[in-house]
Design a protein around this ligand. Structure first.
Ligand code: MG
Length: 386
């Protein structure tokens, strides 16, 4: 007996008809330095290259997503996304996982991570925005949320170009604005300089206020052992990137030696690299970054794995995307508050009583501001608008 299995036809309205890619050069208020600048490995950061994707279906439903790069790689991300985008025309916008696979297979000869993943991320994020908007739900409600507000901490006041006095002033301002935690950078060539900055911050904040410290990968194993032990007395929420981002074994060794929890993962650009960190027991706090790992589709896979490994997640950067993803994580995360993207959008995230409120607007709930239009350096359209 033949059983006819019919495939549901793609509703014509759901086919992707038009894509606009743009590259925005988002300026920062002042040049930013972490330890990688002080050790001579990088130049100060002056702007962020943001790859934006608008995707519209034949029925007029629209989604917006973005990815980014720091210092270099912006033009290459844009070029790769422009090469991939024509493949989306005519696809059912709801088939996000299949589209992600298709774009990754098309990119495979330049690797399953890094630049290819980040170009795909802008398109993938736009598809999740479109799908949840179409359902009339915020992305967090579309995914199924656990939280309506999240613990959040601020990073931008604790960089190394600021003197200790400036860091304390910035911390005071963030406290006045109701922030729930604060992170500061270390990794100065002299650890005694780091130690006195952390000591000053701890004294300023009191013994129990949530304080995090970020090394930005600038210690080797001997330094990480010695300095990590010295920081144990400061009751830190976590010690971030004490070692090279790909030294998963070193992170695991350190987490057995010191009592401060270890955080890492912002530099990893694939599910596989995160899985390895989890398997080795490298971290207590995993720090995935949705644009860096290839978008929301792979980020959700990382979340499922991290939950199975009983890990905390404290995602890196781009709070406007991560606020939704973390609202759908069972354990309570720490979301990183960065003001850098705020001028790009018409909407703002709200912080109340030290917590970031998860926005209820449909989709991601962010639209590009007029100022952002002025910062566009490259733009192309693929397909035709309905
Ligand atoms: Mg960091």
């Amino acid at each position: 007996m033949n059983i006819a299995v019919s495939q549901p036809a793609v509703a014509q309205d759901d086919r992707i008809a038009w894509i606009e890619l743009s590259s925005i050069k988002l300026p920062l208020d002042r040049p930013i330095s972490d330890a990688k600048v002080l050790t001579g490995r990088q130049t100060p950061l002056t702007d962020v290259a943001v790859l934006c994707a608008q995707i519209e279906t034949a029925g007029g439903h629209r989604g917006f997503g973005y990815s980014y790069s720091l210092r270099s790689g912006g033009p290459a991300q844009f070029a790769h996304a422009a090469e991939l985008a024509p493949l989306l025309i005519g696809e059912d916008a709801g088939d996000i996982a299949r589209i992600w696979d298709r774009l990754m297979w098309q990119s495979i000869s330049i690797g399953r991570q890094g630049l290819a993943a980040q170009a795909i991320a802008a398109l993938d994020t736009a598809l999740w925005d479109l799908k949840s908007k179409r359902a009339g739900l915020s992305l967090s409600r579309f995914l199924g949320r656990h939280h309506t507000s999240l613990r959040c901490y601020n990073t931008s006041g604790g960089y190394l170009q600021a003197s200790t006095e400036e860091v304390l002033e910035n911390m005071g301002r963030a406290l006045d604005a109701g922030i729930g935690g604060l992170k500061m950078k270390v990794g100065n060539p002299s650890f005694s300089a780091d130690l006195s900055r952390v000591k000053a911050a701890r004294e300023f904040l009191g013994d129990d206020f949530p304080l995090m410290v970020d090394v930005n990968q600038q210690w080797d194993r001997p330094a990480a052992k010695r300095n990590g032990r010295a920081l144990d007395e400061f009751n830190l929420v976590f010690l971030e990137e004490p070692l090279a981002s790909d030294d998963a074994e070193g992170h695991a060794m350190l987490s057995n030696l010191i009592s401060t929890p270890i955080a890492s993962g912002e530099m990893l650009t694939s599910v596989g690299e995160h899985f390895r960190m989890m398997q080795l027991g490298s971290v207590d706090y995993l720090q995935p970054d949705a644009p860096r790992v290839g978008g929301i589709t792979p980020f959700l896979r990382i979340m499922a794995l991290a939950d199975q490994f009983n890990l905390q997640i404290t995602p890196h950067f781009v709070m406007e995307i991560h606020v939704h993803l973390m609202a759908a994580y069972p354990r309570e995360p720490w979301v990183e508050h960065f003001e850098w993207f705020e001028p790009m959008f018409n909407e703002r995230l709200e912080i109340r009583s030290g917590r970031m409120l998860v926005p209820d607007r449909p989709g991601l709930g962010f639209s590009l501001s007029e100022r952002a239009a002025g910062w566009v350096v490259q733009k192309i359209e693929i397909g035709k608008r309905a």
